[in-house]
Design a protein around this ligand. Structure first.
Ligand SMILES: Cc1cc2nc3c(=O)[nH]c(=O)nc-3n(C[C@H](O)[C@H](O)[C@H](O)COP(=O)(O)OP(=O)(O)OC[C@H]3O[C@@H](n4cnc5c(N)ncnc54)[C@H](O)[C@@H]3O)c2cc1C
Length: 407
C-alpha cells in the first residue's frame, strides 16, 4: 500500500509522531486546528526517559541548548512540619538526571520545524471534521476545514492525536469512560524575580483542604496551581480570589503580594478539570488513537505529555517498516494495533494508581489533614526511597528503530 499518514492534532504526541514518520521516510501530514502552537498551562515536564529517547534521536542536546527551560532534579512536598523528598531524579538517568520543564509553546514549534525539514506537511488552522471511508467502513482519509473551506485528504492511516476531547475518537464511535478523578486544578502565572527563593521547580505545598503547586518552566514566571475538590469550581468562584491568595500567603508569603496585584477574579485563573479516562479501543480499521485521545491521565505526576510522546515513539517504530514497504491495509492495521497491546497495560496500571492516590488525597483533604499519608511519611524516611520512586515512576520509551535513529 502506498500512502500517507494523516495525523490529527499538533500536541506533543502528534508532533513527535509526524517528526518520526517524516524522518523514517513516510509521507505524513499534520493537521492542527489552531493557528499556532501557543498554549499555556499544559504538561510541560519531559521525563528523564523521554530525554534519553530524544538524545538517541540526536535531538536532546540541541533542544536543551536552544530552548529555554528549567531542570528539576527533585519533586518535593512541603508541609508545616517538614519537607518530604518524594522523588529524587538524580539517579534516574546517567545522561539526564532531571525533569526538563519546557513550555509546550516552545517545544512544539521547535520540533514541528524539524519535521518539516524532513518533508512533513504541517497545516495549521486545519480542523478535522469527518472521515472518508471505504464501502467496508475502513477509514481511508479525512475531511478538514481551513477557514470556511473543506478539504479532503486520502490516508493509508489516520492517527487521532487530538487530545482529551478528541473529535476523531467521537467520529469513530469509540466510547470513553471516566475512571473517577477526585480533584480539579486552577492555574495562574506570576512574574519570577531573580532573588526569589530557590525552589526545585517541582514543588507541592500542603494547605488545609488541598495542595498548592509551584512550577518553574524557565519562562521567567512561576506557575501556581491550586487543587480544589472535583466539581467545586462554582463555589470557589463564588468565594472569590481572597481564600486562594490567603492559602498561598500561608505557605509562600513572598509570592502573595504579586498574586494580590495580578489577580482580581477567579475567572482570571485557568481551570483544568482533571480527568482520568480510558477508551474501549485505541483502533478502528484505518485509524489509531494516541496520547490523551486514547487515555487521559491526571496531571498529578505530570506524565500526560510523556505518555503521549511514548505512544508516538512506539507507533512510529511499528509503522515505518510496513509503510515504507508498501504493505497491505491489513498489515498497516496490524502494525497500528500493536501499539495498544504494548502500551495499554502500563498506561492503565498508572491510571489505577492515580485514582487510588487522588481518592486518598481527597479523603485526607475532606478530613482537614494537612500533609502526606502515614505510609508516605514512613516510606520517605527510608534512605534511598525517593531515588527508587524516581525509577518506578519513570516513563519508559522504546529505543527508536534504526531507520529512524540514523535518519
Ligand atoms: C487545558 C489543559 C491543561 C492541561 N494542564 C496540564 C497540567 O497542568 N499538567 C499536566 O501534566 N498536564 C496537563 N494537561 C495534559 C497534557 O497537556 C496532555 O496530557 C498532553 O499535552 C497530551 O498530549 P497530546 O499530544 O495527546 O494532546 P494535546 O496536547 O491535547 O494536543 C491535542 C491537539 O489537537 C488539536 N485538535 C483538537 N481538535 C482538533 C481537530 N478537530 N482538528 C485538528 N486538531 C485538533 C488541539 O488544538 C491540540 O493542539 C493539560 C491538558 C489540557 C487540555
Amino acid at each position: 500500500m502506498d500512502g500517507r499518514v494523516v495525523v490529527v492534532g499538533g500536541g506533543p504526541g502528534g508532533v513527535l509522531l509526524t517528526y518520526l514518520l517524516a524522518r523514517g521516510g513516510v509521507a505524513v501530514t499534520l493537521l492542527e486546528a489552531r493557528h499556532d502552537f501557543a498554549r499555556r498551562f499544559r504538561g510541560d515536564t519531559l521525563a528523564p526517559g523521554v530525554l534519553e529517547y530524544l538524545d538517541d534521536l540526536g535531538l536532546a542536546g540541541d533542544l536543551l541548548a536552544e530552548v529555554p527551560h528549567r531542570r528539576s532534579d527533585m519533586f518535593r512536598w512541603h508541609t508545616p512540619e517538614k519537607t518530604y523528598e518524594l522523588v529524587d531524579y538524580r539517579g534516574a538517568s546517567r545522561r539526564f538526571p532531571f525533569y526538563a520543564l519546557i513550555p509546550q509553546a516552545r517545544f512544539l514549534p521547535w520540533l514541528a520545524a524539524r519535521a518539516e525539514a524532513y518533508g512533513a506537511q504541517v497545516r495549521l488552522g486545519a480542523r478535522f471534521s469527518s472521515f472518508l471511508s471505504a464501502a467496508d467502513g475502513r477509514v481511508t482519509g479525512v475531511e478538514y476545514t481551513v477557514e470556511a473551506t473543506t478539504h479532503r485528504l486520502d490516508a493509508a492511516l489516520v492517527v487521532g492525536a487530538d487530545g482529551r476531547s478528541s473529535k476523531v475518537r467521537a467520529a469513530a464511535g469509540i466510547e470513553a469512560t471516566e475512571l473517577g478523578a477526585s480533584l480539579d486544578l486552577l492555574w495562574f502565572a506570576v512574574e519570577r524575580h531573580d532573588d526569589d527563593p530557590a525552589y526545585s521547580g517541582l514543588d507541592l505545598f500542603a494547605r488545609p483542604g488541598g495542595t498548592i503547586a509551584l512550577l518553574d518552566q524557565g519562562a521567567g514566571e512561576w506557575q501556581v496551581g491550586w487543587s480544589i475538590p472535583a466539581g467545586s469550581y462554582a463555589s470557589v468562584r463564588e468565594a472569590g480570589v481572597g481564600p486562594l491568595v490567603d492559602a498561598v500567603a500561608a505557605v509562600l508569603p513572598w509570592l502573595a503580594p504579586r498574586l494580590r496585584a495580578a489577580l482580581s477574579a477567579v475567572t482570571d485563573l485557568t481551570l483544568l478539570p482533571v480527568r482520568i479516562m480510558t477508551v474501549d479501543s485505541w483502533t478502528r480499521p484505518g485509524l489509531v488513537l494516541i496520547g490523551d485521545a486514547a487515555h487521559v491521565v491526571s496531571p498529578v505526576g505530570g506524565n500526560g505529555i510523556n505518555l503521549a510522546l511514548a505512544d508516538a515513539a512506539e507507533l512510529a517504530n511499528q509503522l515505518v517498516g510496513p509503510l515504507r514497504a508498501g504493505s497491505s491495509a491489513a498489515a498497516v492495521d496490524e502494525a497500528a494495533g500493536r501499539l495498544e497491546s504494548v502500551r495499554r497495560p502500563g498506561v492503565e496500571a498508572e491510571q489505577r494508581r492515580q485514582v487510588r492516590t487522588e481518592q486518598a488525597a481527597a479523603q485526607r483533604n475532606a478530613a482537614g489533614v494537612v500533609g502526606p499519608p502515614t505510609v508516605l511519611r514512613v516510606l520517605t524516611a527510608i534512605p534511598g526511597f525517593s531515588r527508587l520512586a524516581a525509577r518506578r515512576s519513570g516513563v519508559t520509551v522504546p529505543a527508536p528503530v534504526p531507520v529512524i535513529a540514523v535518519g
